[in-house]
Design a protein. Sequence first.
Length: 240
Amino acid sequence: MKIIVFGATGNMGKKVLALGVKRGYEMTAFVRSPEKLYEQQGEQLARHVNVIAQDMLNPDSVREALSHQDVAINAAGHTGQGEEFVRIVDNIVSQCEHQAGFSGRLWIMGGAGLLDIPHTNLIGNNLPGFPPMFQTHNRNLERLRQTQLDWSVLCPGTMVDTAERQASARLHVSADTLPLSMPESVQDYSEADLAGYLFSRLQELDVAYEDAANCMLDHLALAGPYTRKRVGLAYRSDMQ
């Protein structure tokens, strides 16, 4: 399987790249700085990676890079970039649509605030107190919903190098909904109280980069269980 990773030198991108090589996939890194890639991954691993050093806002460069790829994983951009983040995602989605040699499977990074809150018709990003810059995730999701591509949005909470968890805890993966057990009474909360309740539980959504990367790499097939879904992650014990 051929996988291209946009933003392959970022915290998530470099982890996806290394794990993909370990799994035996043909990996391509789309980066601004090949030198940074080689420094991060080491010469031995880097020899197994195809490297494209181009501007991911350039439509022609992105479209050409997607030729004959089975999967595209976008780990580039972040909410702090505002409009540039939206343009990066839009360009990658658009070139996936226009490249006939691309199979159509696309993973995009989002955030836990994109997920439905159990027992409500709300998402976190639209609640008071959530940073306005998170609205860029909302816009990226709307762009995906306009395409016929086979896409998924990974929506973790805070990602960390190594997650602390109970020995009995396992990674729980959810589709479209926050992967947290919540009482039905949250449906009666005001939006402000609901936001406060979510903030009090944010630490439960911390997830290790490696586990998040493996989740994407575990679901690369077209028409899989998370096709056109937002994907949540949390460590939950078997007792929950």
